[in-house]
Design a protein around this ligand. Structure first.
Ligand code: ADP
Ligand code: MG
Ligand code: ZN
Length: 479
């Protein structure tokens, strides 16, 4: 049976680290990248007798996330203990939420594989604490525990199994990330682990009920999530084709090997013995509290998009591209405001910049240069200081070693040749060297002009002003 006879089903559990200043149950800093065990206290290291106090900001941020994803917000919610042992979890339980999550029954709209808008339902969003980190020492074989991350607040966003392809999963995750960034509750840096997704995958024949799911962990880029889903889909179809039964298990994705390995099967499925956290009071939210948060939500992608189309004259496609990522949208607005050429800024972003990011496997947030730099690049082209082909070289430099574009073109001697005499000299030289093209042009082959301009550009390594070249060639050819 062919692969087309099977349908893929994906459900995602996303953990996003909230960008509060302090941890969820103590006042330790949440800052990333500090020396090991410098952001710790008796509470987040689970000293006997230390008591947690819930950080109000965590509730506020989670409610924001719920509202921005069309969830209903529970007026009545609580924390629970999820019991398990692991060396990065000093209390031997994680404070999470079990049966009364803060947010439920939402959805996010994405584009499906046929270009139609589709709702991916969100089952729940709950708050919980992160665990510490184990640093394995390859040489001694030992592991060291760093508890800086223990107690950093997370929201877990659980989707319904509504996703049908790896491309849809990718769009869902990117949309979710952009929403969380727009409302400024998480910076969603996958490379720093502040946005992580566990991926549940099953396959079934199209006329049959859903298959058994496997859960994959340990993917740390959007690309590896897509690869992992494709791999797992193939693997499961092959198993079913062989007549084997898929058993529910947790798999670890190995990005280097490009395959999954079993972490645990259903036999060792953990019983977390959830029970209400006795050291914390219940969370009661008033309508007024929720309304106030609703009012505080910033401009969302949809409204930015409409503004770009109406006020700035962008196409729907361009507006979509920019607003799908807050990073793109922010740099676009800032650079556009400075150089006043919004269209050019948009073109740089959706062609060369997007391409380079893709080649380097970077996210838009990782653009290494500033909006000011981009605006200056656009202005230098607009006022004729450099040609757009030199502009591309400046962009490469901006990625390699960001500095002011003006400095770059000075250093490299890339200023455009716009001197009339210099242009004329080049034109005469090229005409002399390409007599056949001159004859062709005079015989009515207009294309010959393009060739001549191209030769002149080559001669000057892209530095000649193309408009002046064109005019000068026409003038000389008329003679
Ligand atoms: P657990 O805690 O066991 O991981 P959850 O209910 O938290 O269970 O998460 C289940 C996840 O699995 C959800 O994201 C859901 O959409 C997804 N899921 C459920 N059934 C299937 C299925 N048949 N195929 C793929 N994903 C599924
Ligand atoms: Mg799970
Ligand atoms: Zn602490």
């Amino acid at each position: 049976m062919a692969n087309e006879d099977y349908e893929l089903v994906v459900g995602l559990e996303v953990h996003a680290e909230l960008s509060t200043k302090t941890k969820i149950f103590c006042s330790c800093s949440t800052e990333f990248g500090a020396d090991a065990n410098t952001h710790i206290c008796p509470i987040c290291t689970a000293m006997p007798g230390a008591l947690p106090v819930l950080n109000e900001k965590v509730v506020e941020y989670a409610v924001k996330a719920g509202l921005a994803t069309n969830c209903s917000i529970s007026r009545d919610s609580k924390n629970d203990r999820k019991n398990y042992f692991y060396p990065d979890l000093p209390k031997s339980y994680q404070i999470s939420q079990f049966d009364k999550p803060l947010c439920e029954n939402g959805y996010i709209e994405i584009e499906d594989d046929f270009g139609k808008t589709k709702k991916v339902r969100i089952l729940r969003i709950h708050i919980e604490e992160d665990a510490g980190k184990l640093n394995h020492n390859e040489f001694t074989g030992g592991s060291l525990v760093d508890l800086n991350r223990a107690g950093v607040p997370l929201i877990e966003i659980v989707s319904e199994p509504d996703i049908r392809s790896s491309a849809e999963a990718d769009r869902y995750l990117k949309k979710l990330k952009s929403i969380l960034q727009y409302i400024e509750v998480s910076d969603c840096k996958m490379q720093e682990g502040s946005f992580r997704a566990d991926v549940n995958v099953s396959v079934h024949k199209k006329d049959k009920p859903f298959g058994t799911r496997c859960e994959m962990k340990n993917m740390n880029s959007f690309k590896s999530i897509q690869r992992a889903i494709e791999y797992e889909k193939e693997r499961q179809i092959n198993e079913v084709e062989k007549g084997n039964v898929i058993t529910q298990e947790t798999l670890r994705w190995d990005d280097f090997e490009g395959r999954t390995f079993q972490m645990r099967d259903k036999e060792d499925a953990q019983d977390y013995r959830y029970f209400p956290e006795p050291d914390l009071v219940a969370i009661r939210l008033s309508d007024e509290y929720i309304d106030n948060i609703k009012k505080s939500l910033p401009e969302m992608p949809e409204s930015r998009k409409q503004r770009y189309i109406k006020d700035l004259g962008l196409s729907e496609k361009d507006a979509n591209f920019l607003t799908n990522s807050k990073a793109y949208s922010d740099i676009f607005e800032k650079a556009g405001t400075i150089c006043k050429n919004y269209k050019a800024v948009c073109n740089w972003l959706n062609s060369d910049i997007a391409r380079i990011l893709n080649e380097k496997e970077l996210e838009p947030e990782q653009i290494p240069f500033s909006a000011e730099n981009l605006a200056e690049l656009v202005t230098l082209i607009d006022n004729g200081t450099i040609s757009s082909s030199i502009g591309k070289k400046v962009l490469d430099e901006l990625f390699e070693n960001p500095r002011e574009p003006k400095k770059i073109i000075e250093e490299k001697g890339w200023v455009q040749i716009s001197d009339e005499n210099a242009i004329k000299e080049i034109v005469l030289k090229i005409l002399k060297e390409n007599e056949q093209s001159v004859l062709d042009y005079k015989a009515g082959k207009d294309r010959a002009l393009g060739f001549l301009v191209g030769q002149a550009m080559k001669e000057t390594k892209g530095k000649a002003n193309p408009k002046m070249l064109n005019e000068m060639f026409l003038e000389e050819l008329k003679k």
